[in-house]
Design a binder for this molecule. Structure first.
Ligand code: SAM
Length: 226
């Protein structure tokens, strides 16, 4: 019996490691239920178009899942965010931004986005020099995981007191709770230590309140309090 249960668990875990990016839920059916009941029926047309475009892209694994998108949209309304930053809007790869640009233009919101091409860290340093301290209501970080700690050092000054930073992928395919010698894909193993280091640093940072949610691949919300 114990052996049978073990087999079932192993099958479920390995199946989910395939879709781990989209959901850490241990049931595909339940995740599908969430998408079909809550997310897709209310999804704005532009978001659906973006989802369709990115689904066909060879790097579709990088896309924020539709349920996480819905969560972020709700959060931004709840906190009445006006001035926001996404590290994707400062990207080393312009093509990634341009992939969604026609949809953004069609939705009539392109004028709200100021795209900066290049690595994000120098752009953030420039913003700090330009005295943009405390000017952001919300910042979403979903870029190079090995720099998250470096982003945090800067973003904590750029977000306003009471504002929120969201760090994506903080459960990193579930690998953060796996033993170090567990089998993992190469890229999962490479970034795992950086993600775990960030999680520890956020938990110990007295300038923020935090909440780690198992939405998508895990998102940690940090509310600046000082
Ligand atoms: C996971 S994707 C972001 C996906 C996006 N949140 C979405 O839902 O479509 C990560 C992005 O970060 C960009 N990136 C990687 N390293 C970067 C860096 N040092 N500075 C700025 N952007 C970077 C990549 O080119 C990629 O477009």
């Amino acid at each position: 019996m114990a052996e049978e249960k073990q087999t079932t668990t192993t099958t479920t875990v390995s199946r989910h490691s395939e879709v781990g990016h989209k959901s850490l839920l241990q049931s595909d059916a339940l995740y599908q239920y969430i998408l079909e009941t809550s997310v897709y029926p209310r999804e704005p047309e532009a978001m659906k178009e973006l989802r369709d475009i990115t689904a066909k892209h060879p790097w579709n694994l990088m896309t924020t899942s539709a349920d996480e998108g819905q969560f972020l949209a709700m959060l931004l309304k709840l906190i009445n965010a006006k001035n926001t930053m996404e590290i994707l809007a400062m990207d080393i790869n312009r093509e990634n931004y341009e992939l969604g640009l026609p949809v953004i233009e069609k939705a009539g919101v392109a004028h709200k986005i100021e795209f900066r091409e290049g690595p994000a860290l120098p752009v953030l340093d420039q913003m700090l020099e330009d005295a943009c301290h405390g000017s952001y209501d919300f910042i979403f970080v979903d870029a190079d995981k090995d720099n998250y700690i470096n982003y945090h050092k800067r973003l904590i000054d750029l977000v306003k007191v009471g504002g929120v930073i969201g760090y994506d992928n903080t459960l990193w395919n579930g690998s953060v709770a796996e033993p170090a010698d567990a089998p993992m894909r190469k890229y999962v193993r490479y970034y795992r230590d950086f993600v775990m280091e960030l999680n520890k640093a956020l938990a110990a940072d007295p300038r923020i309140e935090i909440c780690m949610l198992p939405v998508g691949d895990g998102i940690t919300l940090c509310r600046r309090i000082s």
